[in-house]
Design a binder for this molecule. Structure first.
Ligand code: ADP
Length: 393
């Protein structure tokens, strides 16, 4: 019997799937369904990166799971899926740990959908599809907000009347699974830094930064929604709320049109008029692409400064995410005027995407740590399976 667990990350038109053993962190297989619908693309590979043959029509999450699992069963005919871990963007104000998704918990998470309307409903659609495909198998929710639940109150609130805070208008923070993974890596490989003041920059299509002290998030650039903070591929980042009022009052824009503008047409895409993709912008060299990069870099520098103030200093800056892990150019642009914070890049190490990219004698360590959100989900599912077995024993 090949006992294993699945990790699922369900988006509006995509589904990432991982197959993990019950012990250990190396995936047995990975799958990505993109452009869910009549033209869906499915890529499924085993641990050696060899493509696994797949067949089937994929129009929704349920089809996607069935198709992937059918392909996995061709490879492992005795496959027994014992648990399924899900990435869920919003766990609300209280949830700081993964949880088994009972009907009650699902109802609670459904009520949070208005807080994350572009993500939560799709995440939960993935959960329901997995429940239908695997009745009786424990489903475990892992939340992007959970890592931030110990923020001091000043980093958890806005300057709004208190009743709105009580009603859930708070700075939740996101990308928590990524920050949890990276904090764990720092703990594992550099325990002296883990006890210190660390800023993690998760720079991908979605981008945020997190201030971590003693392995705990104390502040992050994303707030109530995944719009705040850094400019992103298509999201605006920090914005004066007066702009939203102006667009409504003076330009007659509806909430839906403003949502589309802020989530899908802004950030690198909106500023460059060309692309949301940093590689494309780096190669383009147009004045608009250059200015879009300048803005991204400038906002990153400002946030590093702000988070360092929140931490009372900085011992390490960690780059992660597609841009942070792969772009020596952006990393060096962000770090170029930060010698005053002890941040001094070693150009050779940076060009080689090495793990440590600061100079040996620099006061602040600068690291590149690839993130791995799936492993965090797999660990949670493994832990819950273990505790279930202990209860039964
Ligand atoms: P997501 O938030 O969707 O998970 P990723 O973490 O995959 O996004 O990051 C995607 C971003 O990383 C894109 O802007 C892409 O251009 C950028 N990226 C990936 N590789 C490179 C590279 N070598 N140089 C610059 N940017 C890169």
């Amino acid at each position: 019997m090949t006992s294993a667990l699945l990790t699922l990350n369900a988006g509006s038109s995509s589904l990432k799937i991982g197959l993990f053993p019950l012990v250990g962190e190396a995936p047995l297989a990975r799958g990505l369904v993109d452009r869910m619908g009549p033209d869906a693309i499915l890529k499924l590979t085993d641990a050696q990166d060899v493509a696994l043959p797949t067949s089937g029509v994929i129009t929704n999450h349920f089809d996607a799971i069935k198709t992937v699992v059918a392909a996995l069963r061709q490879r492992w005919p005795d496959l027994d899926v014992l648990a399924i871990g899900h990435r869920i963007v919003h766990g609300g104000a209280e949830r700081s740990e993964p949880v088994i998704l009972t009907d009650d918990v699902l109802a609670e998470l459904t009520d949070l959908a208005p807080f994350a309307p572009l993500h939560q409903p799709h995440n939960l659609a993935g959960v329901r599809a997995a429940m239908a495909a695997f009745p009786g198998v424990p489903q475990i929710g892992c939340f992007d907000t959970a890592f931030h639940r110990h923020h001091p109150w000043v980093n958890d609130t806005f300057g709004l009347p208190r009743f709105l805070y009580e009603q859930g208008v708070r700075r939740y923070g996101f990308h928590g699974l990524s920050y949890e993974y990276i904090s764990g890596e720092i703990q594992r490989t550099a325990p002296h830094l883990a006890a210190g003041r660390v800023i993690i920059a998760h720079l991908g299509n979605g981008a945020s930064m997190c201030a971590v002290r003693d392995g705990r998030s104390i502040a992050s650039t994303m707030g109530f929604s995944a719009l705040d903070g850094l400019p992103m591929g298509t999201r605006c980042g920090q914005l004066d709320p007066g702009v939203v009022l102006y667009l409504m009052d003076q330009k007659g824009m509806t909430a839906a049109a403003i949502s589309d503008l802020l989530y899908k047409q802004s950030g690198l895409l909106g500023l460059s008029g060309l692309s949301n993709d940093m590689r494309t912008l780096e190669a383009a060299g147009t004045p608009e692409a250059t200015e879009a990069i300048d803005y991204f870099v400038f906002r990153c520098q400002r946030e590093v400064g702000g988070l360092a103030a929140a931490l009372g200093g900085i011992d390490a800056l960690v780059f992660s995410g597609g841009i942070g892990e792969n772009s020596p150019f952006i990393r060096s642009r962000i770090c170029e005027s930060m010698a005053w914070m002890g941040i001094e890049m070693d150009p050779g190490r940076n060009a080689g995407n090495e793990r440590l990219i600061s100079r040996d004698n620099a006061a602040t360590r600068v690291l590149v740590i690839p993130t791995n959100e799936e492993v965090v989900i797999a660990r949670a599912a493994q832990a819950i399976l273990r505790s279930n077995q202990e209860v039964r024993a």
